[in-house]
Ligand binder design. Sequence first.
Ligand code: NAD
Length: 282
Amino acid sequence: MLSNETAVITGGARGIGFEIAKELVDQGAKVVICSRTKSDLEKALKLLNRKKEVAYGRICDVSSPRDCKKLITFAQKKLRKVDILVNNAGIYGPIDSFEKININDFQKTIEINLMGMVYCSYFVIPIMKRNGNGKIINLCGAGVGGGTLPKFAAYFTSKFAVAGFTEVLSDELKEKNIQVNAISPGPVNTYLNKYLIEQGSEKSGKEIYENAVKQQKDGGASPQLAAELVAYLVSPEANHITGRLLSAKWNPSEKLKNITEFGSNLYKLRKINEEQYYEKKE
Ligand code: NAD
């Protein structure tokens, strides 16, 4: 349970972010969610606050450092402390062969998917240090740790950087009782999949496009798996887990609970030695 815990979830008004916010609220936490869209925010807050007022919202574009600073200040005021930051906001960005995309769209993707979490982490860490504890969860994905994703250069690059940022931050903050992990939620039917289908098979590639259409029809992975993994990682039982990239599908919390020793390379990105893919045990 997460009673007395407080969390900020970026992009928490819909999709996977909303499921994470709902799970944390169900477990007793108070949350601040952000979105760029007022109507999304209002709809989500109504659902989260059905029983009692436990959720607050703020308009924020995570690609703006000013907005991120204001978001964290707002959360600190509303919640009195911030124990948990879930860096969830993200976009696919341009989908097409690299040389065909608009280079400004590549930059925008990095600004949202990577810099958004960099800014929010930067402003929240001093608060967590003062409190003597903290949990940061970064949403990864794009098959990082497995293969590459042609036609998704901006998205893949941003998510690869998310894994690197997670590892460095976790090393720096280990001694401060702040744990930093990344998770890959699996193929969940959200706006992202609809957007991919809208781009068409020529831009996204036949195989990826057909998989997306099939996923849309079959229902995709449950966002609840990702929400449960986040709830476990932010709980005190997971204080020994930091700097890892975990998959909601391959490393669900029930499995993680059985691993007592996290060796130095377990669930980290190490592809030079083929035996150490992140999803394999040492
Ligand atoms: P989604 O589009 O439903 O949700 C994305 C959220 O991010 C939305 O709330 C959106 O408003 C917000 N957002 C986008 N740009 C923003 C900005 N500039 N400022 C503030 N908020 C912004 O998609 P989702 O699938 O729920 O995605 C959530 C996260 O999960 C993303 O980081 C995504 O890359 C990751 N992910 C999703 C899948 C999947 O299959 N759906 C797979 C792997 C990773």
